[in-house]
Design a protein. Structure first.
Length: 179
C-alpha cells in the first residue's frame, strides 16, 4: 500500500465569469514495469470531482486609476477635458454616477457666489447630474466582458459670468454594481 498526495492548482489572476466550475479526474492504477508501459495492467480507477466557485467581481477606474482630477486651470466657457472610464465585471452590471454638487462646480473658498455649470457626456450622451439620486449610465443584463472595457467621458465648462474668484470643484462618483 502506498499513499500519494496530489495538488491541483488553479492559476492566479484569472478573471472568469461568475459561477461554479466542475471537472472530474479519473486516477488509474497500473501494475507493470515503468520501462514497458504498453504491457502495464489496469488494477483500479478512482474518480475525483473538482469544484471551484467564482464569486461576482466588478472593477471600475478612471483613466486606469482609482481617481482622476480634470484640471481646467483658469475657467473659460467651452473648455473641455476628457477621461476614460475603465470597467470589467464577470456578471450582469449597471454603472451609476452621482455628483457631490448637483452637476455644478462650487467655489471652495467663497460661499454665496454663483456656481459654474458644466456638461458631462458619457459615450457622447449628455448626463443630467442635477438629481441627488444615482444616474444610471449603462445597464447590461447579459453580463460583461472579463477584459477591461472603456467608455469615453468629457466635461465641458458652461458660462462663467458673475462668479466670485476662487477654486471651483465638484466630485463625480462612478459606481459599478452587479446583479
Amino acid at each position: 500500500t502506498s499513499t500519494n498526495t496530489f495538488t491541483v492548482r488553479i492559476p492566479a489572476d484569472q478573471f472568469v465569469r461568475r459561477g461554479t466550475y466542475n471537472d472530474e479526474i479519473v486516477v488509474s492504477l497500473y501494475q507493470g514495469q515503468a520501462n514497458q508501459p504498453a504491457q502495464a495492467v489496469l488494477i483500479g480507477q478512482q474518480s475525483v470531482s473538482l469544484t471551484s466557485v467564482t464569486p461576482t467581481v466588478a472593477q471600475i477606474a478612471l483613466d486606469g486609476q482609482g481617481q482622476t482630477t480634470l484640471d481646467f486651470g483658469f475657467l473659460t466657457a467651452g473648455t473641455v477635458r476628457e477621461a476614460e472610464l475603465f470597467f470589467r465585471t464577470n456578471a450582469a452590471y449597471r454603472i451609476d454616477a452621482t455628483s457631490e454638487h448637483g452637476g455644478v462646480l462650487q467655489n471652495v473658498f467663497q460661499s454665496g457666489g454663483n456656481p459654474v455649470p458644466y456638461q458631462l457626456r458619457v459615450d457622447g450622451s449628455l448626463v443630467d447630474l442635477t438629481s441627488p439620486a444615482l444616474i444610471t449610465l449603462g445597464l447590461t443584463v447579459a453580463g460583461s466582458s472579463t477584459t477591461w472595457e472603456t467608455i469615453p467621458l468629457s466635461v465641458t465648462i458652461g458660462p462663467v459670468s458673475g462668479v466670485l474668484p476662487g477654486l471651483f470643484q465638484d466630485v463625480i462618483t462612478f459606481t459599478i454594481s452587479n446583479f
